[in-house]
Write a protein that binds this ligand. Structure first.
Ligand SMILES: *Cc1c(COP(=O)(O)O)cnc(C)c1O
Length: 385
């Protein structure tokens, strides 16, 4: 089926929810039936649309969901999602009411936050479930392993609090035989044991992100937290041979204008591209850096149009970019197959036998695939296929 985009804009993201479901199933398969799968749907499901993806992931075997902010959790609840939601951080104390009202579990690592959360829960006749975050070496959030038992003893007197989980996050799970990973894993195991020896309920114990889930099946504990892989993207080259994943996001647009400029004419801000002596057809596409097409890609990326690769030319603007169609008939100075207004342009995805991947774009941008899809989620309308 050829998607032609929303009625009000010739630019969109196509999201393959079947691929999301199949990727989730592939992870559930390697995780096994006895371990729960929590799916990270933060940042609008890495730019893929949190509500729709959450439903697809649940049908693929996910039992819990992870967000980064209060607003992300509230969005899921307002859409009618009733499965457990963990916010992978604390939030300002002022927002604890919202957490309780919408049944969003925070990660907890500071006493004042924990007690404010418990206090509010108790006042409302509820129990505030939380997951204890342990900083085993990432130096981001969490209590230090040496402080974990003491921390729990300080807050556990509170009848408004219930520890529903204990987790840590790895900094180097994507590197094979990594000493820092081993150190974090050992510190986490020791912390969990210390909590249990102190008679404290740990709730669900979890530590694996996508690369951890793929590379380190030995320390699954009760749950894995899978993210990037669900969206069909590999967290590292070494995971490529371990699990087959299907791409989920395509980014497409339609040509809004074409022109045959004079030889030497400049294209876009700063005129960093000029029409060469043979001439070119220049086509304009209504996608820019405000849609996540990073400006650093200017003059360095290609697009697919009617199955052909075309060079993007000139600086990428906030809302548009241009590409050049080579002229290949010397006599008429016109392309054999000129591009026309309305033609579909593939920025990410497959067109005929050719494909431009998120990973290709991440390499050109000198970043990781995660950032590329998050950025495309900024403004483009999502069309679920
Ligand atoms: C984002 C995140 C995940 C998922 O990471 P992926 O690399 O996308 O699998 C898991 N745990 C925490 C704490 C995270 O912030």
């Amino acid at each position: 089926m050829q998607v032609t985009g929303p009625d009000d804009r010739w630019a969109w993201e196509e999201i393959d929810l079947g691929a999301v479901r199949r990727n989730a199933r592939a992870f559930k398969q390697i995780i096994g039936p006895r371990t729960q799968m929590m799916c990270a749907v933060k940042a609008d499901a890495y730019g893929h649309g949190a509500v729709e993806c959450t439903k697809a992931l649940h049908s693929g075997g996910a039992s819990q969901f992870a967000v980064a902010t209060v607003a992300e959790g509230v969005e899921l609840r307002k859409a009618g999602i009733e499965w457990p939601i963990l916010m992978l951080n604390q939030c300002p104390v002022e927002a604890v009411d919202t957490l309780i009202e919408y049944d969003i579990m925070p990660a907890v690592y500071q006493v004042e936050f924990a007690l404010a959360y418990g206090e509010r829960a108790a006042a409302l006749g509820k129990v505030g479930k939380y997951h204890l975050a342990v900083d085993t070496g990432m130096t981001r959030i969490g209590v230090l392993p040496a402080d974990a038992v003491e921390f729990r003893r300080t807050i556990d007197f509170h009848r408004g609090l219930e520890c529903a989980g204990t987790f840590t996050h790895f900094a180097t799970a994507d590197e094979p035989a990594n000493w820092d990973f081993e150190l974090q894993a050992n510190r986490f195991a020791e912390t969990v044991e210390a909590l249990r020896n102190a008679g404290l309920e740990t709730g669900l114990v979890h530590c694996d992100n996508t690369p951890g889930t793929i590379m380190h099946p030995k320390q699954r504990y009760d749950m894995c937290r899978v993210g990037i892989g669900l969206y069909g993207l590999q967290p590292a080259d070494i995971t490529r041979t371990r699990i087959d994943l299907e791409p989920v996001m395509s980014v497409r647009a339609r040509v809004i204008r074409t022109v045959y400029p004079q030889v030497g004419a400049g294209v876009s801000y700063g005129m960093t591209y000029r029409v060469p002596a043979r001439g070119v057809q220049v086509a304009t596409v209504p996608v820019g850096y405000a849609d996540g097409l990073a400006r650093v890609l200017s003059n360095r990326m290609e697009v697919l149009v009617n199955g052909q690769r075309m060079q993007q030319v000139g600086r990428i603007c906030m809302d548009q970019f241009m590409f050049a169609v080579p002229v290949n008939t010397a006599r008429t100075y016109r392309p054999v197959h000129p591009v026309e207004v309305g033609d579909i342009v593939t920025i990410i995805g497959r067109d005929g036998d050719d494909e431009i991947t998120v990973d290709d774009m991440a390499v050109t941008r000198d970043t990781i695939n995660y950032e590329v899809t998050c950025d495309f989620g900024l403004r483009l309308e999502k069309i679920y296929v």
